[in-house]
Design a protein around this ligand. Sequence first.
Ligand code: SF4
Ligand code: SF4
Length: 407
Amino acid sequence: MKKKIYERTLEDYREQAWGCARDNWCMNQWGWNVKSSRYNEICPEFRIHRSHAYSGMGKFHITRALLEGDFDYTDSSELLDILYHCTSCGACEMNCLRLEEKEPLKAAEALKYRMIELGLAPLPAHQELIKSIKNYDNPWLQPRAKRKDWTKGLKVKDVTKEKADVLFFAGCTPALDPELTHEAVNTVKVLTKAGVDVGVLGEQEICCGSPAIRLGDRDTFFPLVKRNIEMFKQYGIKKIVTSCAGCYHVIKYDFPEVPNVPDMGGIEVYHISEYLHKLLKEGKLSFKKQMPLKVTWHDPCHIGRHCGIYEEPREILKAIPGIELVEMERIKDQGWCCGAGAGVRTAFPDMALTIATERIEEAKETGAEALVTSCPYCEQNLVDPIRRNKEKLKVLDLTDLVLEALS
Ligand code: SF4
Ligand code: SF4
């Protein structure tokens, strides 16, 4: 039987590492998708470093050399730098799986875990996040009691006290970052307007574990998975909706890959873009307000490439009267990462800013007035170059537009 992803060790990737064809598909757009040489690249890490070591291919070759004993885990100070400049955007894996049936990103995450097991990783900046998750159940050093502050003044059930059809899992960042709580508030308002019986976990909600597992830290991630699933079962949760791309990816696709934790037992998990699309198709959302706006859609890696949600948000945008959707060059499975993921924004803010700046340039070239997305990390990171360069382009969450169009 095939091993679950988080049962696999670095040794399980030996054959893949040896089989790397060195064909560079993990760094470049598919030929038929290339529209200009300016935007033909796909790996943010390689874009910054211009060294093949900093790519999916590079990580396969490093894995191979380590497994064969050609060098040791402690031999190079660059090894951690290479591992933690990767945003886990999945572009290398998307292209490599399609053509070569190999998983360079999963191999890289197994290598991060090996480094953690050896006591060599993660980086000091990441250790703060991990410590905070362990102490406060969120990566942002915020007390548990603050977790439900965003619900003040909102009419929403507390599922720890009464049943609701849908659990809205807010996630640490939308719940605790005042600049991003609008994503959580909007989601509850939109779902309520559509007649959905929605509830939240309030103070009981804990980190889904995404920041930990993207750093390779299985030892922190596994207990969080167990506690989350136990809590979902304790409160009889049947359906989960989240507006955080990272939470969605982890709860839907990573939780079932963790060994020795309770089964999810058929709990349905939706990203808000997916759920709103479902409501739209069922005739439960009807947009009345004219919203004359030219927009472009930024595919968050954790709902797009990692989970295949591309069309749903685009169809929602097209259904809003007055919205004109124009596309950037790098979209869908060939999309360009925002630059924030897997602890890059925390440890290497300059790289995160450079990658985000390139995305904003790409968005501006479409003539759009707003870049729309549906991920707190993407929003946070893409807003940085806009503020810094005093750009006119707006960055909006999908629910900002949906809520306004419903009113
Ligand atoms: S696409 Fe895959 S096989 Fe090709 S160079 Fe990259 S990692 Fe190696
Ligand atoms: S996951 Fe993204 S940043 Fe990391 S090596 Fe692959 S393409 Fe590059």
